[in-house]
Design a protein around this ligand. Sequence first.
Ligand code: GLU
Length: 373
Amino acid sequence: MRTILLAHVKRVVVKIGSGVISDDNGLDLEKIARICDDVHQLRQRGFEVVLVSSGSIAAGKGDLGIIGRPQTIPLKQAAGAIGQSRLMRAFKDSLHQYGRQAAQILLTRDDLANRRRYLNARNTLMTLLEYNVVPIINENDTVVVDELRFGDNDNLSSMVTNLVEAQLLVILSDVDGLYDRDPRHHADATLISEVERITPDIERMAGDEGSSLGTGGMTTKLKAAKRATLSGAGTAIINGKSPHSLLHLFDGHELGTYFLPARDPMAARKHWIAFTKKPRGKLFLDDGAFKAVAEKGKSLLPSGISRIEGGFERGDAVRLCNLEGHEFAKGVTNYSSSELTLIRGKKTRDIAPTLGYKYGDEIVHRDNLVLQT
Ligand code: GLU
């Protein structure tokens, strides 16, 4: 990455894949030590660093006698429970050599989908950075149930990038970056060094097989890059297995693939609505309302809603669809599904007489609404 691109970077999120710091025998302490060395150097240069590290399952599965990938969720969770403390210990010991402290933060998707808990997590992270501590985040594997999972740490790292409003996300992977086709099957595949915008063509270049240790393949990395760039952060995918690649990136070496930040990034709160908050239902809009919201930048009023799907409360996120069911936006509703069944199709002046109260004219206010990109 050219150093000029680093000029605006103050805070960086570094995602470390399982394949980078572990092998089938468990954690590779030497690799962790090298990454911590780089992190120390970056801090010396004035960058704030937040780590998102995988590796707890890889670190714990050996104790359960598992070779290869644990096959069931309880086994993954048990391995994660054993390995997480080992993973933290490795980071803590390495960072300690430089007189640095590390802090463990375990998150579930539910924690970040709740606005108060999201802001609370943010405050904790900011306090740690202020006190020069290196936060090390992982998914709280032992407690999450399937529908509440981030799924993979690539996704988690993009949400953390938005959470701490970092200007750069670096994904340390066991591959060199994004190739125009799968390098495992095509000897002439070429590495793409810079991506200005993640188009469907770019998306097609990512296969979807991951390594045997981590969860995400290139597809999940691209999704993470898309989310991070939409929050205004540049994203680099580099090979974390080659020694000191993180530092080399900051020295200006053109490593891996660099995705430029979006030209028109979303505000942090809109990004949270679009990607972190879980949708609970759907509103189907008639043609007039669809055009008003999708093309004219208007809020959604009750008159344009022709159908409601799902049960939700005021403050929940809902998907907005046209009459054909095509989803085009997501927003936070001011009214619950039971209130909406009474006022849908009506004029705004009929809201109060129908319900006996009114929270506002808008069902979904423009400020709480994000069009799909
Ligand atoms: N949270 C899992 C772990 O620490 C890894 C998830 C992933 O690989 O994306 O092992």
